[in-house]
Design a protein around this ligand. Structure first.
Ligand code: NI
Length: 165
C-alpha cells in the first residue's frame, strides 16, 4: 500500500467529472487500498478518487471512524433519498474548513464492490452524509459550492493561504 498525495482546493482536478469504471481489476483494488491508507492516515471518514488525482468513480468511507470497518464503492449511484438533516461538514481537500451543509438523512445506493460485484446498501445519518459528500466529488462538486457567498469566500481565502505556506 502507498500513501497518496491529497489534492487541495483550488486544484482543477477537483472540478472535473469522473469516469465510470468498466472493469474492476487489480489497478482499481490497489487504488482502493491506497485510498484506505490515505484516508486513515489523514483521519478522514471519506475519500474520493479525484482527491488523489484519479478521475474514476470510486469512493471509500469509514463511517464509524478510520480504525473501524472501511467501505469501498465503485460507480456509486444514489437511487433514492429520504428526509434531511444539517451537520458540520469538512473535506480533506479544503484545508481549514468546515461548515453546515444540508444532506438527505437516508440514501439508497447501488454500486460495485472491490470484487466487481453489484451491491445495494441503505444507509443513514453520517454514513449517508459521507456517501453524498464523496459522490459529489465524482461530479466535481465540493461542499463549499452549497454555501452562501460570504461563507464560501472565507473558506476559499483560508484554503488559498494554507496552500501558499
Ligand atoms: Ni471531500
Amino acid at each position: 500500500m502507498a500513501l497518496l498525495t491529497i489534492r487541495t482546493y483550488p486544484d482543477e482536478i477537483l472540478k472535473k467529472q469522473c469516469e465510470e469504471v468498466l472493469h474492476v481489476g487489480d489497478d482499481e483494488r490497489r487504488l482502493i487500498d491506497d485510498m484506505f491508507e490515505t484516508m486513515v492516515q489523514n483521519q478522514g471518514v471519506g475519500l474520493a478518487a479525484p482527491q488523489v488525482g484519479v478521475l474514476k468513480n470510486i469512493i471509500v468511507a469509514a463511517p464509524e471512524g478510520p480504525d473501524k470497518e472501511l467501505y469501498a464503492f465503485i460507480n456509486p449511484v444514489i437511487t433514492k433519498k429520504k428526509g434531511e438533516f444539517v451537520d458540520i461538514e469538512g473535506c480533506l481537500s479544503v484545508p481549514c474548513s468546515s461548515a453546515e451543509v444540508t444532506r438527505a438523512r437516508k440514501v439508497w445506493v447501488e454500486a460495485l464492490d472491490k470484487k466487481g460485484k453489484r451491491i445495494t446498501i441503505t444507509v443513514s445519518d453520517l454514513f449517508a452524509r459521507i456517501i453524498q459528500h464523496e459522490g459529489d466529488h465524482l461530479k466535481g462538486i465540493l461542499f463549499i459550492d452549497y454555501l452562501g457567498f460570504q461563507a464560501r469566500k472565507e473558506i476559499i481565502d483560508c484554503a488559498r493561504k494554507v496552500k501558499k505556506l
